[in-house]
Design a protein around this ligand. Structure first.
Ligand code: ASP
Length: 437
């Protein structure tokens, strides 16, 4: 028998209807032995996520405001599912225990983690699987950094005792035994850690979309689905904001070479997107996806004979560093150097940075260009294959879009173009259409 680790996100476990679909998916394949669950998410647009309500409980406790009704909302949602599906589990025992702990002003992490905890107890009973708490398996050091080898070992040792189990996502514990959560959306990381420890054949991540799309559907009409993507390509695309999966969920499985399969609980027959280490089945010259972000500023510096001036680049970057501003890209010419920074990063400090560059680099000219967007065209199919850049630039030119910046990393899987934000949507459509012909 193989091992598949399946993680179900908030929308897949939001209510009885969703949980019934989830159960069907799990029982369809006997290899789906280790199940990681999120806390129940939104059932409809204006609904609340259980985790958000739990954080709200903590805020109430901190302000000495009554929180019982809030916790009751949480309890009621679990009760409704239990009654709806006829699950045999004494939830009151768990609620009482949590209520007792809430009186002791516990940490936000403890309170937030109870959504996953209660849900895993409930889902385990629903499936007839063992419940295994991740609190003592996912280990953080005193500074809150994940201890990978210790976590690996603890998961493996515990799950060796369980043929099938449901585990809560999102949290583990600190050396003093207190609960510590990952950042929001962190159940993805739990799933990845379990898959890695158990050397799973695949890590399935069940959500409410059928994998990754080649472009943002709010910008491009009906973009095609990405069937296969490599970890590296995904890293490039998610850096630009194409997020379905928590960024830190990739590292544990990538190291172990375990593929991730993004699937849709509401469309289980769709094979979704497969994230793999390497893939040779791509079409040469094809692209995998396009992603972009608005909100960048360029600081362009010009100085005669810059190329032969020793230490110019260092001084320029030092000016940024001293103002605590990180940069995203640094395209340069013989006598010009530009740094691209995100607006968010440089907010309120542009004048300070410019002044510093002026003083330490003594440029002939310095210009600040705001309102820029970056677009990444990513694809393993473009490596050592001529013509990709020509297609991108041709498409932009044909649409009358001026390119403000170009950057291609040495990995050759990503071409980044900077355009004015007013051209952003048009540019993405132009590039997408150029490769769909
Ligand atoms: N429940 C947590 C959150 O809402 C973790 C997760 O769902 O992955 O962020």
């Amino acid at each position: 028998m193989g091992i598949k680790v399946a993680k179900f996100g908030g929308s897949s476990v939001a209510d009885g209807i969703q949980l019934t679909k989830t159960k069907q998916i799990i029982t369809q394949d006997p290899d789906r032995r280790y199940i990681v669950v999120s806390a129940p998410g939104k059932r409809y647009e204006s609904d609340n996520k259980i985790t958000d309500i739990l954080y709200l409980c903590k805020t109430h406790i901190e302000h000495n405001l009554p929180y019982d009704q809030l916790f009751q909302v949480v309890a009621d949602r679990f009760m409704a599912v239990q009654i709806n599906l006829g699950i045999k589990v004494d939830l009151f025992r768990y609620f009482d225990e949590i209520r007792e702990n809430l009186k002791q002003n516990p940490s936000a992490d403890y309170i937030a983690s109870r959504g996953e905890y209660l849900n895993a107890v409930l889902v385990a009973a629903f499936l007839g699987y063992d419940f295994v708490d991740t609190k003592d398996l996912i280990k953080f050091d005193a500074k809150g950094k994940l201890m990978m080898p210790e976590t690996d070992e603890a998961i493996r040792a515990e799950l060796a005792k369980h043929e099938r189990a449901v585990l809560p996502g999102f949290y583990g514990s600190l050396p003093d035994g207190s609960v510590k959560t990952f950042s929001r959306g962190g159940s993805d990381i739990t799933g990845a850690l379990v898959a890695r420890a158990m050397a799973a054949d695949v890590y399935e991540n069940w959500t409410d979309v059928s994998g990754f799309l080649m472009a943002d559907p709010r910008i491009v009409k009906r973009p095609k689905r990405i069937h296969v993507i490599t970890y590296r390509e995904l890293r490039e695309l998610s850096y630009m904001g194409a997020g379905v999966l928590h960024e830190d969920a990739i590292f544990p499985v990538r190291m172990a070479g375990i593929p991730i399969n993004i699937r849709n609980t509401n469309e289980p027959d769709n094979p979704g997107t497969m994230i793999v280490r390497a893939d040779e089945s791509h079409v040469r010259g094809a692209i995998t996806g396009i992603a972009g972000k608005k909100g960048f500023t360029a600081i362009a510096v010009e100085k005669n004979m810059m190329n032969s001036e020793l230490g110019f680049g260092r001084r320029m970057l030092e000016a940024l560093e001293e103002c605590n501003v990180s940069f995203e890209h640094m395209p340069s010419g013989i006598d010009t150097m530009t740094v691209l920074v995100s607006d968010h990063n440089i907010e309120g400090r542009i004048d300070q940075v410019v002044e510093k560059i002026r003083r330490t680099c003594k440029p002939d000219h310095i210009e600040v260009i705001s309102g820029l967007s970056l677009i990444a065209t990513v694809g393993r199919g473009m490596v050592r294959y001529p013509g990709t850049a020509a297609r991108i630039f041709g498409a932009l030119a044909d649409s009358g879009i001026n390119i403000r910046m170009i950057d291609q990393g040495s990995s050759e899987i990503n071409i980044i173009t900077g355009v004015e934000s007013a051209d952003f949507e048009k540019a993405i459509n132009a590039i997408y259409n150029a490769f769909m012909k």
